[in-house]
Design a protein around this ligand. Sequence first.
Ligand SMILES: Cc1cc2nc3c(=O)[nH]c(=O)nc-3n(C[C@H](O)[C@H](O)[C@H](O)COP(=O)(O)O)c2cc1C
Length: 127
Amino acid sequence: MTKKLPDEVMNAWQEREGPLVLITVSKNGIPNAIYASIVKIIDDGRIAVVDNYFDKTKLNIDEGNCKASALFIASGHKSYQIKGSVEYHTQGPLYEEILSWADPKHPRKGVAIINCEEVYRGKDRLA
Ligand SMILES: Cc1cc2nc3c(=O)[nH]c(=O)nc-3n(C[C@H](O)[C@H](O)[C@H](O)COP(=O)(O)O)c2cc1C
């Protein structure tokens, strides 16, 4: 079930340092990690990651029922991890929304939306 990100995570997101790490998993259970910097928490509290250069990440998502983990670090060396499912859009409101802010110098092929199911600060579960 999709959860809203806790306020602590929303606040930490504003102070995140460096790119997000996005890990997806193949049907065979092989993890794949990427850096992503064209990212945003959308209005309903989910994480949008713009697909500019996805390759293995997109293959994993296309396999269906893909699970993901998004990891970032905020000030004070606190790390936050959001685990959940992934949706992918190439049209519709969520895709239109990224076109309004993501730099058009990149291809903006689509947007991956991470639906939050579990949230951690370090080892501690927040949601
Ligand atoms: C600092 C940094 C930020 C990046 N940000 C993005 C991004 O926002 N969107 C994207 O599609 N690729 C981004 N990339 C490229 C991906 O990390 C990755 O190379 C690409 O998805 C292909 O890897 P894959 O085959 O594992 O999917 C970024 C790379 C770096 C080094």
